[in-house]
Write a new protein. Structure first.
Length: 204
């Protein structure tokens, strides 16, 4: 049985890059963990939106907050997490996340099974989402089975529960305001980001 070498990843180790609105630092690749999982770090600037609403068909994600406050829309629920909190983002669930504060935010992202870290690597090589050719970006997403929703996309019947959330989220991204988002509980005020993700790429 092949055994990979143990290693220590220091705070400045690993390839780092920019995805278009947030950063990424590669810490453990799937090849080092038998493709069972991979680990990256995402630094997010104040109020930065990580990505438009999307869902993964292959992998689950686990976000462990190291610094700052992370907001997230998971299906039809809005939540906020702080240092020491772990947020589970299961495959096949529409979601997005952002820095919910005015200070930098850092999260460790566990991807299981591994593979999607290579999407990040390819996107970095393309210069980030705002620099990538739209057709090349669409093909990249298709290869990694990443589904995307923009603010003006049509929704399938099964996705109607998030239509209202999407309208509020995109309006908030445009305006930079904090608004009430409805969860399964009474409406709550969520610290949603200003438009740090280029509006021309919201259909990512």
């Amino acid at each position: 049985m092949h055994t990979n070498k143990a290693k220590v990843v220091g705070p400045r180790d690993g390839k780092a890059g920019f995805l278009g609105s947030i950063g990424v630092r590669f810490m453990i690749d799937g090849t080092e963990a038998g493709e069972r999982f991979s680990l990256v770090e995402h630094p997010l600037g104040p109020r930065a939106l990580a990505a438009p609403l999307h869902r993964h068909h292959r992998e689950d994600e686990y976000s462990f907050v190291l610094q700052g406050r992370m907001g997230a829309l998971l299906g039809d629920e809005v939540l906020e997490a702080g240092p020491g909190d772990l947020v589970f983002k299961p495959r096949n669930q529409w979601h997005t996340f952002w820095n919910a504060g005015e200070e930098p935010c850092r999260i460790l992202e566990i991807i299981s099974p591994a593979g999607f870290e290579r999407f990040f690597s390819e996107l970095v090589d393309l210069g980030g989402v705002s620099s990538a050719d739209p057709q090349v970006l669409a093909e990249l997403c298709a290869r990694y089975e990443l589904a995307r929703i923009s603010h003006n996309d049509d929704f399938c019947v099964g996705d109607r529960s998030i239509v209202g959330q999407m309208s509020v989220l995109w309006a908030t991204v445009r305006s930079g305001q904090s608004v009430g988002l409805r969860t399964g509980r009474p409406t709550v005020a969520a610290a949603v980001p200003s438009g740090r993700w280029p509006l021309s790429t919201l259909s990512m």
